[in-house]
Design a protein around this ligand. Sequence first.
Ligand code: GDP
Ligand code: GDP
Length: 435
Amino acid sequence: MGRIVAIVGRPNVGKSTLFNRLTESRSAIVDDESGVTRDRQYGKSEWNGMEFSLIDTGGYVEGSDDIFESEIRKQAKLAIDEADIILFVTDVQQGITALDEEVARMLRSSKKNVLLVVNKSDGSAQFITAMEFYSLGFEEYFPVSAMNGSGTGELCDRIVELLPGDDVEQTNPDIPRLVVVGRPNVGKSSLINAFIGEDRNIVTDQAGTTRDSLETRYQKFGFDFYLVDTAGMRKRAKVSEDIEFYSVMRAVRAIEYADVCIVMLDASRGIETQDLNIFHLALRNSKGVVILVNKWDLVEKDSNTAKEFEKVLRERLAPFVDVPVIFISALNKQRIHKAIETAIEVHHNRIQKIPTSKLNEVMLPEIEHNPPPATKGKYVKIKYITQLPTHTPSFAFYANLPQYVKEPYKRFLENKLRKHFSLTGVPINVFLRKK
Ligand code: GDP
Ligand code: GDP
C-alpha cells in the first residue's frame, strides 16, 4: 500500500478547487509547465508531517463540462485500480445526482478506502443538508468547503490515519531501492533485462506485508539492490486508452517506493517535456536521481557530441544540475554497470550523515569569507550548522536573524555544501533557524 490519493467526481463539484486547496502548501509538481502537460493534476500534500501524492483524475478528461457518463466511470475505475485512497467529491448545493449514485456503487464495490467529500458546505445550512449524503452508502462523510477551506482539516486527518506507516522502510535501509523511470520506449525494460539477464537472480521477495509486492532484491556482479518493479505495475493497467494517466500514476507510485530514480532518456529523441516532468517528480519527492541517456549507439558522434549533449541537457535541468549523467546503450550493454554503480553511490550520498564537527569546520570559514549581506543595517551571524535527522539531507544553519537570509544566499550555502561533500544526485534542503 502506498500513498496515492485520487480525487473522483462529476464535473463542477469542485475537484480541482479541492486539489488546489490540499496542495497549496506545496506547489503542484508540474506547476510552471503550460499547455501540453495540463498543469495541476498531481501534487504532493503534507499534513501533520505525513506526505501523500494527490491526483485529480478529472484533470485528465478533456472538455470536462460536457463529459459523458462513460468518462466518469472510466475515471472511477482508474482510481480504483491505481489509487490507495479515493476522495469521492459531491456537491451539496446541487444534491445527489444519478451519476453520483452510479459512481458510489462502483466505489463501494471496490476494496479501496473511499472518503465521501460533500463539497460546497460553505455554511451551517449546507452542513445540515450534507447529512443526506449518507444515502450514498458510505460509513462517513466529510462536509467541506474547498473554496474557504472549512472541513478540510478533518478530511486530511482521516487521510493521514488511513495512510500506511513507513512500511516502505521495512526492508534493509542500507540497500538502495532503485527504479527505472522514463517515457514509453526509452528502453527501460531493455536496461533491466540487460542487467538482470535471463536468470533473474532473485534473492528474496520483499517480505510479503502487502498484497502488492513491488520490489525484488538482486545481488549481482557485486551489487546489492532492490529494483522497484514497474513491470508488475504495468500488468495491472488494462485500459489501453489513458496511457498518459497510467504512466503518470505508475511513475508517481514507482518514485514513491524508490530511494534513487534512474531517469532514462532516449538520445535519438533529445530531451522532451515529459522527460523533464519525470525528473521534477523525482526531485519533488526528494529522491536521488541519476540520468541515463540511452540509445547512445544510435547517435552519430564525434569527440564533442557527448559534451554538447550534456551541456544542453543540464541547461534544461537547471537549477538542479548536480546530477550524474551517463550515456549508455542498453542494447549493447554499454556502461550499464556504471549506471547501477552510480545509482548506488547516489543512494549513499543521500543516506549519509555528516558529523556536525565536520560541517562546522568546513562551512563556517566559507561563511566567514562570504557572509550573508547585511539587511537594513543588521548583520546576520551564522553560529553553527547541523544536519537534521531526516530522510533527505537537510541542513539547519543557526543564526541570530535567520529571516534576513534570502534565497540567493541559501543557494550559495547549498553550492558550498555540494562542493565540500558528496551530494551529487541528491536534492537537499537548507534551513535557517533562530539560534
Ligand atoms: P471540477 O470540475 O470538479 O474540478 O470543479 P471546479 O473545482 O472547477 O469547481 C467548479 C465550480 O465550483 C467553480 O466555480 C468553483 O469556484 C466552485 N466551487 C468549488 N468549491 C466550492 C466550494 O467549496 N463552495 C462553493 N460555493 N463553490 C465551490
Ligand atoms: P520501455 O518502454 O522504456 O521499457 O522501452 P523498451 O526497453 O521496450 O525499448 C523500446 C525500444 O527501444 C525497443 O525496440 C528496444 O529494442 C529499443 N532500445 C532499447 N534500448 C536501446 C539502445 O540502447 N539502443 C537502441 N538502438 N535501441 C534500444
